[in-house]
Design a protein. Structure first.
Length: 119
């Protein structure tokens, strides 16, 4: 008997944590799925806490590994998801352009405070 082992070497030059944030039901998980898997996912359950995926992209000849964190958009998880903001290099704010309510309660203030004042 013998086994075949596969080793995956991470050959990225840089690693960045990137967040996808916004209110519940705005399509954050669907966007992440499209970016990582290159497949459209038209239905998704609400994210509880955080989910994440990773992808290596080529930027100017350098390999950049993105750790993409999909945060829960529901208000009851807001205090939990803010703890994930620390150390993020950037964020994609996702909102429903047809709803002023969604735009007025974007969780941007937590990201700005945690990112700029606690690092």
């Amino acid at each position: 008997n013998f086994g075949i082992f596969f080793f995956v070497f991470d050959s990225s030059d840089f690693l960045f944590k990137f967040l996808v944030i916004g209110n519940a039901g705005t399509g954050k998980s669907c966007l992440l799925h499209q970016f990582i898997e290159k497949k459209f996912k038209d239905d998704s359950n609400h994210t509880i806490g955080v989910e994440f995926g990773s992808k290596i992209i080529n930027v100017g000849g350098k390999y950049v590994k993105l750790q993409i964190w999909d945060t829960a958009g529901q208000e009851r998880f807001r205090s939990v998801t803010r703890s994930y903001y620390r150390g993020a290099a950037g964020a994609l704010l996702v909102y429903d352009i047809t709803s002023w309510t969604h735009m007025s309660v974007l969780p941007l203030e937590g990201f700005i405070c945690d990112h700029h004042y606690n690092d």
